[in-house]
Design a binder for this molecule. Structure first.
Ligand code: ADP
Ligand code: MG
Length: 229
């Protein structure tokens, strides 16, 4: 597996195991993410991407393995289903647990295109809008590690492109380590600097996307990556 290029290590996982009813989902998985890396995690449906993210978020107490899971302290998770609290208004969801963050929360809502919806209830928003609230929340938290589980899944194509730009911009601003789960290869190479593929319980492919200025699989230079992925 290709190690990250120098620098500090933000995430380290060794020999991670997770079984469901004796069926191994994560099967001796090793992973290292460098501080400030933007990494995309691909894998077929059911390959264990969400299971890995839950483990990294410290939400799964049934993982085993010879090594430890090390992550930074400030971890933010944007779940596949946005997991907003239905009894809290949109802005309260964004700033939940974050002291003195109401202004930043309102700004983040504006950045994801939801200005004026601060006092709406989650149930009044579409699925895509709820995902944008969840993204705003993880941005306000200014995490050292952002774990995002298919955060653009429920978005229409146009909003998805806007959110890509926004996520990339916020990444440049705060430089968190990002692990973005997606099933979309184009999205992975467009956004990330390193692409992983989870297969048979391990990281089967680990490639660095290193084509300055080029972020499309349609560019000829991407052939080598297409073949690897
Ligand atoms: P992905 O996110 O890559 O689509 P998941 O991590 O959600 O995959 O699931 C990986 C496998 O583990 C699937 O076969 C799924 O059915 C199984 N699985 C996940 N969570 C549970 C659970 N809580 N109980 C039983 N099986 C589970
Ligand atoms: Mg999943």
């Amino acid at each position: 597996m290709a190690a990250h290029a120098g620098g500090l290590t933000a995430v380290r996982v060794s020999s991670l195991e997770r079984r469901f009813a004796a069926q191994p989902v994560l099967d001796g998985l090793d992973l290292e993410l460098g501080a400030g890396e933007f990494v995309a995690l691909l894998g077929q449906s059911g390959s264990g991407k969400s299971t890995l993210l839950r483990a990294l978020a410290g939400l799964d107490h049934d993982v085993t393995g010879s090594g430890e899971i090390t992550t930074p302290e400030r971890v933010s998770v944007a779940f596949q289903d946005s997991r907003l609290l239905p009894w809290l208004r949109v802005l309260d969801n964004v700033v939940l647990g974050l002291a003195g963050a109401r202004r930043a929360g309102a700004e983040a809502l504006a950045e994801v295109g939801l200005a004026g919806r601060e006092r709406a209830w989650p149930g009044e928003l579409s699925g895509g809008e709820q995902q944008r609230v969840a993204l705003a929340r993880s941005l306000v938290a200014e995490p050292e590690l952002l774990l995002a589980d298919e955060p653009f899944g429920a978005l229409d194509a146009l909003t998805r492109i806007r959110m890509h730009g926004l996520l990339r911009e916020l990444y440049q601003r705060h430089r968190p380590t990002v692990l973005l789960v997606t099933h979309d290869v184009d999205e992975a190479v467009e956004l990330a600097d390193r692409v992983l593929v989870l297969e048979a319980g391990r990281i089967a492919v680990d490639v660095r996307i290193d084509l300055p200025g080029s972020r499309s699989l349609r560019d000829p230079g991407f052939h080598e990556y297409r073949d690897l992925l």
